[in-house]
Design a protein around this ligand. Sequence first.
Ligand SMILES: [Zn+2]
Length: 226
Amino acid sequence: MVKVACCWDDGVVNDIKLISLLKKYNAKATFNLCTGLMPEQTDVPRWLGKGELRWTFKGFINGYVGLKDLKEVYGDFQVASHGWTHKVGTAPADEFIKDALDARHYLEDVFQRECLGYAWPCGAYTPESAKLLKDAGFLYGRTIENTEHVGVTDTPMRLNSSCHFQAWDFMHKFQAVKERGGIFYFWGHSYELLECEDLWKQFENKLDMLSSDPEVEWIDVIDIVR
Ligand SMILES: [Zn+2]
């Protein structure tokens, strides 16, 4: 048997299409949301305009899911704090923990359930911020580091995953976990699929492969540490 988990960061518009695919293949997922950055209305994706100066992913501006649509979009999945404003774990202690908790409390309010997961914005943390996170009652903090032994050798506040969803060796890593047993856990941002049908198809093939494998059991990220 192999348990499979995945999570997706930032609460971007492509999550809507991603969720329809996840549902098609009965896959579970956790969405890490920075609620303070999300507008009221869902953004319209667009490409960088002439002379614009801002961060984009390959020139693509996916935008965020709107707060008014949070429950409808993510209601059938797990949600976790990714900081109110995506504040990194290397920020001053009081600012960091307030940011982590503000997003959690907002999500708990909207979804009416406990949201005890956390994903480190930009993967940045310190021993001090990891301790603060634990003391605040979070059950895990997801890093962007890889491990071959998900949930076994890491402490929950430094929860490493198997790989990014577009890692070249995604299938090798999955096969290795399948052979020895354990958890295969991948992560990403849905905006990395752009509006590129080939990239979406490539990811759908992975979902299809995982869900049609009788040895696969989908779990939520929080199940890794429970
Ligand atoms: Zn992020």
